[in-house]
Design a protein around this ligand. Structure first.
Ligand code: GUN
Ligand code: FE
Length: 425
């Protein structure tokens, strides 16, 4: 399809965390893959553009999933009666080891990629495994799907079972650089490498120092985990006695924002100092409420992150989370924020529909550039929602229809999807 076109329908998008535009019968203009804005009438200059009339359907920017593990998709909804460290040993590491087998990887990643393609997610930050070839295979599949993704070969050179741990920090770094080169050679349009040290307990100081060199040479972003679980945080303190807060274990190596665009999942237990560091360094937080519930991690102080102006988006964190649906992540974010307010800290009010929609679109989208809104100049990612299956006897305005989608929609409502002006379906 030409990248100049117009979509007609009821349009919802965020201007900021408190301002959600929800308007009936509007024209959303795509000019050369970018948004030209939202209009009541077709602008004169676009009179020749083809118009796709989506009638009574909703048009929203696509969602960004800032944190998801592709190899864990196979065991979503299984084995969660444990906390993080036991859960990793019991479920995660044995499953991730299977990705040395490319046939298994192709089958598993095929299911993951197809389901992500059908979801309302247009952008994602994805963990693969330590395996270079399987990670490239995942990148090939994602590229073919039309989604826009950052994908990481995971690094682990300590505290993992022999069958999964990389042989040394040198091997891990060499494999990582080779993978980055392979990814560049493949000339992907929508799939980018992102450095992915699993978390501090999995990576020696020597490996972190090597990753910094690779990060600098290839100007790569980075994703990891931070302050998710009390046992994990105590372990990091033992492993890095020089660190005052967990974030220092990344910052010491130049892998915590600033010159290194960084997204950290969870930040449930980040204290004042760690929060201040993330703010100053522009670190993005991936809030993963369902995972934080399933593996009993806790509830992150998201209201505080928003009030402080820290970049924060949503993550499904499959398989800590059971679903790739960012609609469900939005509902979970609201729900856990209410429990946190009631049970833990009445000074932080619960999150609103406006705020979680902002986090799912523009807040998280900013990690990818101008992504997550229909304001002029934003990359044209759009999802068309048909809620006619979800019957109601009363009149509902556009914002209320969107609100219901958050709580009880599924794939069946997602009728069409565009990434950078290309229609996926
Ligand atoms: N910390 C280190 N690895 C993981 C993982 O795979 N999932 C989650 N939720 N936390 C982690
Ligand atoms: Fe995770």
């Amino acid at each position: 399809m030409e990248k100049n076109f117009i979509l007609k329908g009821h349009v919802c998008y965020s201007v900021d965390k408190d301002r959600l535009i929800a308007e009936e019968n509007r024209y959303v203009v795509c000019v050369d893959g970018k948004s030209g804005g939202v209009f009541k009438e077709i602008p004169e200059a676009c009179a020749s553009f083809p118009v796709v009339d989506y009638g009574d359907r909703l048009i929203i920017p696509g969602f960004s999933d800032l944190h998801i593990h592709a190899p864990q998709y196979s065991y979503r909804g299984l084995g969660m009666d444990m906390e993080l460290l036991e859960w990793l040993e019991t479920n995660t590491f044995p499953e991730e080891a299977k990705f040395s087998d490319l046939e298994y990887a192709e089958k598993s990643y095929g299911i993951f990629t197809e389901n992500l393609r059908k979801s309302a997610t247009t952008r994602a930050c994805i963990f693969a495994t330590v395996h270079r070839e399987a990670t490239l295979l995942l990148m090939d599949q994602l590229e073919a799907s039309g989604l826009a993704a950052m994908v990481g070969k995971v690094n682990m050179d300590r505290n993992a079972p022999d069958y999964l741990r990389e042989a040394s920090y040198r091997v891990s770094a060499e494999e990582t650089e080779a993978w980055v080169k392979n990814a560049i050679q493949r000339g992907y349009k929508n799939t980018q490498p992102i450095l992915t040290p699993r978390f501090t307990p999995s990576c020696t100081d020597e490996l972190m120092a090597e990753l910094k060199k690779i990060q600098k040479s290839y100007e790569l972003p980075l994703q990891s985990h931070l302050s998710e679980n009390p046992g994990e945080i105590a372990w990091v303190k033992e492993l890095c006695p020089w660190s005052e807060v967990y974030g220092d274990a990344y910052a010491r190596f130049g892998l915590f924002g600033e010159e290194c665009p960084t997204v950290m999942a969870h930040c449930v237990y980040s204290n004042d100092r760690e929060i201040q560091m993330m703010k100053e360094r522009g670190v993005f937080i991936a809030h993963c409420p369902e995972s934080n519930t399933n593996i009993s991690s806790g509830v992150a102080p998201v209201r505080r992150f928003l009030d402080e102006g820290i970049h924060v988006g949503l993550g499904s964190d499959v398989a800590g989370g059971s679903t790739e649906s960012i609609f469900h992540a939005m509902a979970h974010a609201i729900q856990v924020s209410k429990l946190r307010w009631r049970l833990q800290d009445a000074s932080l009010k619960a999150l609103t529909v406006e705020e979680v929609f902002y986090m799912a679109t523009k807040g998280g989208g900013e990690f990818f550039g101008k992504v997550g809104s229909f304001e002029p100049g934003y990359e044209f990612d759009a999802v068309i929602l048909d809620d006619s299956r979800l019957k109601h006897p009363q009149e509902l305005d556009v914002k209320k229809r969107l609100e219901r989608m958050i709580y009880f929609s599924d794939d069946r409502e997602i009728k069409a999807k565009y990434v950078r002006g290309n229609q996926l379906f």
